[in-house]
Design a protein around this ligand. Structure first.
Ligand SMILES: Cc1ncc(COP(=O)(O)O)c(C=O)c1O
Length: 383
C-alpha cells in the first residue's frame, strides 16, 4: 500500500531528535529552526516531558470522557495560571483544526447566529468550518463552501467597522490569528485587535483568538493577543501545547456557559495527552521560556534586520518571518542541503523561523552564521 501523496516531501528521514537538533537515518545532524512547524515548544524529547508521558503510560493511557479525570482538572488549573485567563473554562480536543471547529461551533450555539468574520490570507485548519474560514480556495472542497463566512482585509479597521454596522446583528464570531503564520508571519496591529474587541462587545459577537501557531508563549506572551491588552472570548490552542504529543483545546470565557452534548470527543483530553501538556507548562514555568522567547526573539530579529541580503523581517518572539533580496531566494535550500539547518517557508517567498522556545543562544548564533554562509555561497554562484 502506498501513502496518500498529499505532501511535497524533503527526501530526508528524521529518526532521532533532542533539544533543537534532529538526526536523519544516516546519522546526519541538523539544527531545527522550524520546530516541526511550531510544534516543538520545550525541545525535542525533553527529559521531563518524556518521563511524565512514560509514567502516565504505566498508570493509564486512556479512558473515555464519561468519567471524572483529575489530570484534566490539573491541566485546567495549570492553564489558568500560565495564561492568566483566570475564570476561563477548558475544552480539550486533538488538533488545531478541531480546536477552531469547536470554537466556531460554540460561538454559533452561544449567539444563535451563523455569520463568521475571517480575514484575508488566514489559515484556520482543514476541517469543514475551519477550512471554510481559511482564505485558500484550493484547499476548500465544494462541500465546505458556505455563504456564512465574510472575508475582510487584515488590519483594516474601517472595513471591520463597516461590516459590523451593516451586519453586526448576524455575526456570531470574528476569528483571527494574532500573528498570521501560514500567510508568512503578519502581525495583527494592537489597534485592530482592540477594534475587534469593541465590535464584538457592541454587537454581542464572540472574539475567537486562533492561537494555534502564535500562542503558547511563542510570541513572548502566553497569547499573542495579550500584547494588545485585550481578552478574547475563546482562545484556540494546539501545536506547542503538547510539544509533539497531539493535543488541542479551547479556553472559553465564563459568560459562555456549557450544555450537555454541545461539544464532545472520544480522544480529546486523554490522560497521556494531558500528561504531555502538563509537562510542557511545568518546563515553561521552571525555565521561564516565555521570557526567553521574547529575549531570544528580539536578538534574532535585530540580527536578521542587520544581515545583508535579508529584507522584510516580521514577527514577534520566536515566530519570525523574513524575505531574501532578489537572487538569494534559494537560501532556504542551501541552509538545508549544504548547512544542515531546517527552516520553514511561507509561499511565495518568506522563510519562517519557529524554533523551540528552549533553543540556546549558541544555536541561534549557529543559525545566523549559517545564514550568512548560505548568502555568501549564493552570491559566489551568481558572480
Ligand atoms: C493558525 C493555525 N490555525 C489552525 C491550524 C490547524 O492546526 P492542525 O494542523 O493541528 O489542525 C494551523 C496549522 O498550521 C494554524 O497555523
Amino acid at each position: 500500500m502506498s501513502l496518500f501523496n498529499v505532501y511535497p516531501l524533503n527526501p530526508i528521514a528524521i529518526t532521532k531528535a533532542a533539544g533543537s537538533r534532529v538526526w536523519d537515518d544516516k546519522g546526519q545532524e541538523y539544527l531545527d529552526m522550524y520546530g516541526g512547524h511550531a510544534v516543538i515548544s520545550i525541545g525535542h524529547t525533553q527529559p521531563h516531558w518524556v518521563k511524565r508521558i512514560e509514567d502516565q503510560l504505566h498508570a493509564i493511557a486512556f479512558y473515555s470522557n464519561s468519567v471524572v479525570m483529575p489530570i484534566q482538572e490539573e491541566l485546567a488549573a495549570a492553564l489558568n495560571e500560565i495564561s492568566d485567563k483566570k475564570d476561563f473554562q477548558l475544552f480539550l480536543c486533538n488538533s488545531g483544526a478541531e480546536a477552531n471547529e469547536n470554537a466556531l461551533k460554540l460561538a454559533s450555539f452561544y449567539t444563535g447566529r451563523k455569520k463568521i468574520v475571517a480575514f484575508k490570507k488566514s489559515f484556520h485548519g482543514r476541517t469543514s468550518l475551519a477550512v471554510a474560514a481559511t482564505d485558500n480556495p484550493s484547499i476548500v472542497a465544494p462541500v465546505n463552501e458556505t455563504d456564512n463566512i465574510i472575508f475582510l482585509p487584515f488590519n483594516d479597521i474601517a472595513a471591520l467597522q463597516a461590516c459590523f454596522s451593516e451586519q453586526g446583528s448576524t455575526i456570531a464570531a470574528v476569528i483571527i490569528e494574532g500573528i498570521q503564520g501560514v500567510a508568512g508571519i503578519y502581525e495583527a496591529s494592537d489597534a485592530f485587535l482592540q477594534a475587534i474587541r469593541k465590535c464584538c462587545n457592541d454587537n454581542g459577537s464572540v472574539y475567537i483568538a486562533d492561537s494555534v501557531q502564535c500562542g503558547y508563549g511563542r510570541s513572548g506572551k502566553f497569547f499573542s493577543h495579550d500584547h494588545a491588552g485585550v481578552h478574547a472570548d475563546i482562545y484556540s490552542m494546539a501545536k506547542g501545547m503538547g510539544n509533539g504529543f497531539p493535543i488541542g483545546g479551547i479556553l472559553i470565557a465564563p459568560h459562555i456557559q456549557p450544555k450537555f452534548g454541545m461539544l464532545g470527543t472520544t480522544f480529546g483530553g486523554n490522560p497521556l495527552a494531558c500528561a504531555a501538556a502538563l509537562a510542557v507548562i511545568e518546563v515553561m514555568q521552571k525555565d521561564h521560556l516565555i521570557k526567553a522567547a521574547e529575549e531570544k526573539g528580539n536578538y534574532l530579529i535585530d540580527a536578521l534586520k542587520n544581515t545583508d541580503g535579508v529584507k522584510a523581517v516580521r514577527g514577534r518572539g520566536l515566530m519570525i518571518g523574513f524575505e531574501m533580496e532578489a537572487g538569494l531566494e534559494d537560501v532556504r535550500k542551501v541552509l538545508l542541503n549544504d548547512l544542515k539547518i531546517f527552516t520553514g517557508e511561507a509561499k511565495p517567498n518568506a522563510i519562517r523561523l519557529l524554533p523551540s522556545l528552549a533553543i540556546s543562544m549558541e544555536d541561534i548564533n549557529l543559525f545566523l552564521t549559517g545564514l550568512n554562509k548560505a548568502i555568501q555561497l549564493l552570491k559566489q554562484k551568481k558572480d
